[in-house]
Design a protein around this ligand. Structure first.
Ligand code: GLN
Length: 540
């Protein structure tokens, strides 16, 4: 069978959920035993989103092989329960960098290097790349941005060329649009969709399927009208109605027969019906919780939900296993003071201190950690959250009043968190952190061991600083245990306090590997501990 390529474009507005639609389609095709992967092409000039502030573009997702990527790759991994890689996220920056490097090497000697054909050729090469690995039957490519944006044009042109070059049955284009409901008129409006498809057609691309985001059911006459005026075969216009959870979208897409329409276009016949029983079980548990909890998420990007995307999703997965809805209460670390600490954290069943960079909000994080430690509230610190837990312990338990991180005080007298040795010579910011999967060896008889049930685990990283091992003995003597270390470098990966009911800090980012079908064990244990704590508190 030849490799099939599906392109997903978006029109009318951004934030329609192309990533979720792509992931849902991939899920349904995978459930029919096809080998599927999804890649995202982003039109911005950053080489990767690693240098972007989360306010700009939401969370930066990290893959096993250490790529800093768009958060949509997190959705792909969560829906497909498989890993993506560096090759799954391409940006305009990456494309231009390759072409300009080649030009300097003399690869185009004598030629004028141009957007067409050189940039578009490089886009096409990358669009087809994963298909050449022999590992996949279907490659879904999501084009970031909205059709009509100047910066998306080279991508759309590449799709046009591929739609022309590939055999008809090897290529399909899905266009996601919005059909707004005008309350005053009491009507669903098709015009924005017609315009956006026209724009796509002007660029030479004819979509095979229109997926229409809508708040109301799309009646047959509206579908027919859209099909007629957008030149789509009957049955090719489907709805994507607002759902209670993104995890229901694969089910809704199956009801709308998105997979069947695509399979027909790709001439893939006689495939088994999709088996998504495990997914449905997860969905049932998710939507029928028997318990609720309040978890504080203490961070500095809390105004923007997308900044902590993978953490929020990991709570959803871990909550579902425990049949418990964890309500995440965002707490802005910058505004936590001694005076309002109690008021902000009093009702919480667990406290998570989030990852982050820079000085802003650090003292608030330390105060929240002290509150969790002193009051026996389940605590979970991730990356910067773990580093702040170490500082809090050094200051308030070991009595090192000026303990701090080299990240905020380059000339610190007591840098209990210090710059990693290999970072000292790095001046370039992009892609130079300690990134991706590293092994962690866990000591038996610790909380970490009881959570993982294993002495060897692997988790993903994104940091420059680490626990300064010169303070390891003092910390350990004083009651903070280093229960997980990197076996090669002895870098502290996990810290815990045995005298506390549940206090754990991890240098890695466990949230990246959590999926509905394989929830991350620390999140699962944290929710359990929070449920315990809540029960005890109620009894008091
Ligand atoms: N800023 C810290 C470091 O670079 C923590 C990073 C993070 O939380 N991802 O080590």
């Amino acid at each position: 069978m030849s490799v099939k390529y599906i392109f997903v474009t978006g029109g009318v507005t951004s934030s329609l959920g192309k990533g979720i639609i792509s992931a849902s389609l991939a899920k349904l095709l995978r459930a029919r035993n096809l080998r599927v992967t999804i890649q995202k092409f982003d039109p911005y000039l950053n080489v990767d989103p690693g240098t972007l502030n989360p306010y700009e573009h939401g969370e930066c997702f990290v893959t096993e092989d250490g790529a800093e990527t768009d958060l949509d790759l997190g959705h792909y991994e969560r829906f497909l329960d498989t890993y993506t890689s560096k090759a799954n996220n391409v940006t305009t920056g990456k494309i231009y960098r390759t072409v300009i490097d080649k030009e300097r090497q003399g690869a185009y000697l004598g030629k004028t290097v141009q957007i067409i054909p050189h940039i578009t050729d490089e886009i096409k090469r990358r669009m087809l790349l994963l298909g050449k690995s022999g590992n996949y039957d279907v490659i879904i490519t999501e084009i970031g941005g909205t059709v009509g944006d100047i910066e998306s044009l080279p991508f759309v042109e590449a799709v046009r060329q591929l739609q022309w070059e590939l055999p008809d049955e090897d290529c399909a284009v899905v266009h996601l649009t919005l059909v707004p409901y005008l309350k005053a008129a009491g009507e669903l409006k098709t015009k924005p969709t017609q315009h956006s498809v026209k724009m796509l057609q002007q660029n030479g691309v004819q979509p095979d399927v229109l997926v229409c985001r809508t708040e109301h059911q799309l009646p047959a006459d509206v579908r027919k009208k859209l099909a007629l005026f957008c030149n789509i075969k009957p049955g090719g216009v489907i709805q994507s109605i607002d759902a209670d959870t993104i995890y229901r979208v694969p089910i809704l897409m199956r009801e709308e027969k998105l997979d069947e329409i695509i399979l027909k276009k790709l001439n893939l016949n006689d495939l088994p019906e999709p088996d998504i029983t495990k997914w449905e079980e997860f969905l049932n548990r998710l939507t029928s919780p028997t318990d609720t909890l309040q978890i504080a998420l203490v961070g500095k990007y809390v105004e923007l939900q997308d900044a902590y995307k993978s953490i929020l999703e990991a709570f959803i997965h871990a909550g579902a296993v425990n049949r418990c809805k964890a309500k995440i209460i965002p707490i802005h670390s910058e505004f936590v003071t001694d005076e309002n600490l109690e008021e902000k954290l009093k009702g919480m069943d667990g406290i998570l201190v989030a990852p982050g960079f820079g000085e802003r909000g650090l003292e608030g994080k330390i105060k929240a950690i002290r509150y969790a430690r002193e009051n026996g509230i389940p605590f979970f610190g991730i990356c910067l959250g773990m580093q702040m837990a170490v500082i809090e312990y050094a200051r308030n338990v070991l009595g090192i009043a000026d303990a701090t991180s080299r990240e905020v005080e380059p000339n610190a007298a007591h840098p209990v968190i210090d710059l990693m040795a290999d970072q000292k010579t790095t001046t370039i910011k992009g892609g130079t952190m300690r990134l991706g999967a590293y092994k962690c060896e866990i000591e038996k008889g610790t909380l970490a061991y009881s959570i993982y049930g294993d002495t060897q685990v692997s988790e993903r990283h994104r940091h420059r600083y680490e626990l300064n091992n010169e303070y390891a003995e003092q910390l350990t003597q004083g009651g903070m245990k280093i229960s997980g270390r990197n076996p090669e470098t002895a870098l502290a990966e996990i810290v815990e306090i045995s005298s506390h009911p549940f206090f754990i800090g991890v240098q890695f980012h466990p949230e990246y590997k959590s999926t509905p079908e394989n929830p991350q064990p620390i999140f699962v244990a944290f929710i359990k501990a929070a449920m315990e704590y809540r029960k005890l508190r109620k009894q008091d």
